[in-house]
Write a protein that binds this ligand. Structure first.
Ligand SMILES: *[C@@H]1O[C@H](CO)[C@@H](O)[C@H](O)[C@H]1NC(C)=O
Ligand SMILES: *[C@@H]1O[C@H](CO)[C@@H](O)[C@H](O)[C@H]1NC(C)=O
Ligand SMILES: *[C@@H]1O[C@H](CO)[C@@H](O)[C@H](O)[C@H]1NC(C)=O
Ligand SMILES: *[C@@H]1O[C@H](CO)[C@@H](O)[C@H](O)[C@H]1NC(C)=O
Ligand SMILES: *[C@@H]1O[C@H](CO)[C@@H](O)[C@H](O)[C@H]1NC(C)=O
Ligand SMILES: *[C@@H]1O[C@H](CO)[C@@H](O)[C@H](O)[C@H]1NC(C)=O
Ligand SMILES: *[C@@H]1O[C@H](CO)[C@@H](O)[C@H](O)[C@H]1NC(C)=O
Ligand SMILES: *[C@@H]1O[C@H](CO)[C@@H](O)[C@H](O)[C@H]1NC(C)=O
Ligand SMILES: *[C@@H]1O[C@H](CO)[C@@H](O)[C@H](O)[C@H]1NC(C)=O
Ligand SMILES: *[C@@H]1O[C@H](CO)[C@@H](O)[C@H](O)[C@H]1NC(C)=O
Ligand SMILES: *[C@@H]1O[C@H](CO)[C@@H](O)[C@H](O)[C@H]1NC(C)=O
Ligand SMILES: *[C@@H]1O[C@H](CO)[C@@H](O)[C@H](O)[C@H]1NC(C)=O
Length: 490
């Protein structure tokens, strides 16, 4: 009798057990869960279940990626000690039971990556709720974000509602009601209207992601008062205006405003953003020169200013002060002059894209310093001397993609003995250069080549047999030359 008392004392309560069994019973597919649960009467020993130290109350239900299908049972709301519920990455459908949102114990609720749908219901307002982290992202939720529901959630810290079909204004109610609110993730929805001024009340916000919605208008001044902000992402909306206030966000590490209609130049006060690691301003209508003060953002790893109307030379920017840079993308702008020498000090660069600008002159020998460079595109500029360019670039041993077409107009294809290297090259674009000469033998040493573009040149002679021995080559285009001969059929 003592033994059975002892085992009773350390077993989960009948109410906890039946609540969990009710949850399992309402699933249409349980991924073998109930089978494993049948092994023990003590639900504290069940797979995915954790109990409090007295071993009677369920505190944690972790059933992520268990191939569960069906409705989420409201019976989970009867687990009065449940703190953490994680059902992410399953195939659960139907609505999210309000018993879970209104729970007086749940602190962390993650139902992301399921097939849940419907509108979020309004809750009665009065009782306080301890919920701190709510992840309902990557489901099929619809409708407006109900404000009253969130007023009671005074402990909310992070809300992730990305990748659903929510509509209406960006919700800001928690900015006032939850003093520690820090993470707001709303990307990939259909939120519309302007970015509300009330967001300025979110004085602890570190992360705001509302990319890929239908937001319009200018950035409100109040946004720039949230000095705690570390990650700001509003890409792919219809936002406009200038970025004149951005330098006030002194803690910013990530800034992604790509795919909008922003105009004006990059303010010289950008230098205040000492912690900036990643900046994406691509696909906007920004113009002017890059300010020399950009060199003061010494933490930068990624710069993407592609598809704008920036102009002028780059020599004002001292890239030597940006030694952490790994990616620079300035494609489709109006930059001119020579490629600045200081860029060749960025020895951590793995990707450099300067295509479709007005850069001119021969490539500096110092580009050979970029030993980590794997991707280089200089397409559609006015560069000269292809022989010295290829000789220099052959010391960038990690290059796998080299796109330099639409340059070197009317020069001669470098001769057989001139070039050695490019052993790792997989993609080579040498199209649209009006190059004269023959298909050179040095190409035969590029045994990893997969794509080769030589079209719109003035190459003569015959197509060499060794082309057929480049075993990985699957795309070759020699259109519009004066070549003779043929390929073997594969
Ligand atoms: C439950 O018992 C079955 C059969 O005895 C066994 O195959 C399975 O591995 C057990 N599952 C767990 C989670 O202990
Ligand atoms: C929760 O528990 C109460 C009382 O124990 C019970 O009446 C009710 O049916 C349970 N709710 C669910 C959804 O299981
Ligand atoms: C839920 O589990 C998944 C998978 O292990 C994990 O990635 C995620 O961070 C968890 N959610 C929370 C809020 O901790
Ligand atoms: C859901 O979002 C929360 C809060 O942002 C996060 O902690 C959690 O890791 C996310 N879950 C998954 C599966 O990514
Ligand atoms: C929000 O959830 C998505 C998955 O849907 C995840 O990729 C993202 O990292 C989460 N955001 C945060 C801030 O945790
Ligand atoms: C959105 O959710 C769908 C379905 O879960 C998923 O396949 C997709 O990767 C998600 N997209 C993003 C951007 O997280
Ligand atoms: C780009 O800026 C120049 C002035 O620098 C201006 O003349 C031109 O219209 C602008 N182009 C676009 C597409 O905005
Ligand atoms: C660029 O910065 C480097 C490193 O701080 C410095 O040595 C060099 O003099 C600077 N160049 C110019 C033109 O200011
Ligand atoms: C490029 O800049 C020149 C002036 O330097 C300007 O005339 C031209 O319109 C600009 N081109 C584009 C596409 O904006
Ligand atoms: C070259 O690439 C290899 C494989 O990706 C990598 O391990 C190596 O660190 C790279 N070398 C340099 C100098 O970056
Ligand atoms: C190209 O550069 C090489 C040095 O690498 C030089 O010998 C040659 O004269 C240059 N060709 C032209 C046309 O300037
Ligand atoms: C063929 O290439 C030359 C440059 O070598 C170019 O000027 C011409 O427009 C091209 N013709 C066609 C039909 O593309």
């Amino acid at each position: 009798m003592l033994l059975s008392l002892a085992s009773l004392a350390t077993s989960c309560t009948e109410k906890e057990r039946s609540s969990l069994l009710q949850f399992a019973a309402e699933l249409s597919q349980d991924g073998g869960l109930t089978n494993s649960w049948e092994n023990s009467t003590d639900c504290c020993r069940w797979e995915g279940i954790t109990c409090s130290s007295d071993s009677r109350t369920v505190t944690d239900v972790f059933l992520a990626s268990k191939s569960l299908q069906g409705h989420i049972s409201a019976s989970l709301g009867n687990l009065t000690g449940l703190v953490c519920l994680n059902l992410s990455h399953n195939s659960l459908y139907g609505d999210l039971p309000m018993e879970l949102l209104s729970s007086k114990s749940i602190v962390i609720l993650d139902v992301s990556f399921n097939l849940l749908n419907g509108d979020l219901q309004e809750l009665e307002k009065s009782t306080l709720r301890p919920l701190q982290v709510l992840n309902i992202s990557s489901n099929f939720f619809t409708g407006h974000f109900p404000s009253p529901t969130w007023k009671a959630m005074k402990s909310l810290i992070a809300l992730n509602a990305s990748n659903n079909s929510f509509i209406g204004q960006i919700p800001t109610v928690f900015c006032v009601s939850a003093p520690s609110f820090a993470v707001l993730e709303l990307s990939y929805n259909q939120f519309s209207g302007r970015i509300p001024q009330e967001l300025g009340n979110c004085s602890m916000l570190t992360s705001l992601n509302a990319g890929h919605n239908n937001l319009s208008g200018t950035l409100p001044d109040e946004l720039f008062s949230i000095t705690s902000m570390e990650h700001l992402s509003l890409h792919d909306n219809q936002l406009e205006g200038t970025l004149s206030g951005i330098s006030r966000l002194k803690n910013l590490a990530t800034l992604n405003l790509g795919g909008n209609m922003f105009s004006g130049n990059i303010p010289s006060a950008i230098s205040e953003l000492k912690k900036l690691v990643t900046i994406h301003l691509d696909h906007n209508s920004m113009s002017g020169e890059l300010p020399s003060t950009l060199s003061n953002c010494t933490s930068l790893i990624t710069i993407d200013f592609s598809s704008n109307n920036f102009s002028g030379g780059l020599t004002k920017v001292n890239f030597s002060n940006l030694p952490n840079l790994k990616t620079i993308d300035l494609m489709l702008n109006n930059f001119s002059g020579t490629i600045p020498e200081s860029i060749y000090s960025c020895t951590n660069l793995t990707a450099l894209r300067l295509s479709s600008n007005k850069f001119q002159g021969p490539l500096s020998e110092r580009i050979g310093n970029l030993k980590s460079l794997a991707f280089l595109s200089l397409v559609d500029n006015s560069l000269t001397n292809i022989t010295s360019a290829l000789q220099t670039l052959s010391s960038c041993r990690n290059l796998t993609t080299l796109l330099i077409g639409k340059n070197f107009k009317n020069e001669a294809m470098p001769k057989d003995d001139a070039i050695d290297g490019f052993r790792n090259l997989r993609v080579l674009f040498l199209n649209d250069c009006s190059l004269s000469g023959k298909i050179p033998l040095w190409l035969s040493k590029l045994t990893n080549l997969e794509m080769l573009l030589l079209y719109n040149n003035e190459l003569t002679g015959s197509i060499p047999d060794w082309i057929n021995s480049l075993n990985f080559l699957f795309h070759i285009n020699m259109y519009n030359n004066s070549l003779t001969g043929n390929f073997q059929q594969p």
